[in-house]
Ligand binder design. Structure first.
Ligand code: DX5
Ligand code: ZN
Length: 225
């Protein structure tokens, strides 16, 4: 079980302090939402944020969730910026047969790769990808904004995704992590965990309530009880 707070709902004027507070509470990975104003209507961070993050927190993982159309252009840019894991959207890729070569590229660059699926995308597309990718991000809201509600059919999708990746992960012992993102709180995280999720992204639940360490503790407790 891993909690990866999304910094999207953090206070940009105090970003370093807020990340540090979460690190002190036990967080080892952050989720950085990159939005291009086209694949989703919102805009957020660029590669400089990832560079600065890794300069200040070299031992903390930076996971980049790329919500952008220009996958071929952006993956190398964020790999060079130092991202530890990059996940782009299946829906943004022109030719799904190329996804495997991106996994090879990122592994050569010492980074891991994930593929993100919108709530409307059939999880069966993971069948052909499971042997290559490190993580499957099952979106539990439609991407673009923090603070949305966990979609009710998410548990079923997580369960189905897990079945597919477990059956097609190429060799015994290799595990494709299932990550969930959107509307995660202590309650929905437990639902997602029971359905097979391993990595829990939470934005407004961690950064939107004024007590970052307390929220990390609560979510950790909910997922380990
Ligand atoms: C949604 C982003 C999420 C979002 C999560 O487009 O991918 O990572 O910031 O925020 P919450 O936890 O508030 O739904
Ligand atoms: Zn995200």
């Amino acid at each position: 079980m891993l909690i990866a707070p999304s910094i999207l709902n953090a206070d940009n004027m105090f970003l370093g302090e807020q990340i540090q507070e979460a690190v002190d509470a036990g967080i080892t990975r952050f989720h950085i939402d990159v939005m291009d104003g086209h694949f989703v209507s919102n805009l957020s961070y660029g590669p400089q944020l990832v560079k600065d993050f890794k300069r200040h927190f070299p031992n903390v993982q930076a996971e980049v969730h790329l919500m952008g159309d220009k996958v071929n252009e952006m993956v190398p840019v964020f790999a060079d910026a130092g991202a530890d894991l990059i996940e782009f959207h299946y829906e943004a890729v022109e030719n799904p047969n190329q996804i495997g070569s991106w996994a090879d590229y990122l592994h050569r660059h010492g980074s891991r790769m994930g593929v993100a699926l919108n709530p409307s995308t059939d999880v069966k597309v993971l069948t052909k990808l499971a042997a290559k990718i490190d993580q499957a991000l099952i979106m539990t809201v439609f991407p673009g904004f923090g603070g949305q509600k966990f979609l009710p059919d998410s548990a079923e999708r997580i369960r189905a995704a897990k079945e597919v990746v477990d059956a097609h992960a190429s060799r015994p012992g290799r595990r494709v992590m299932i990550e969930v993102d959107g509307g995660i709180n202590a309650e929905t995280a437990k639902i997602a965990q029971a359905a097979g999720a391993d990595v829990f992204v939470a934005g407004s639940y961690i950064f939107g309530k004024g007590d970052i360490a307390g929220q990390v503790k609560e979510l950790t407790a909910a997922l380990t009880e």
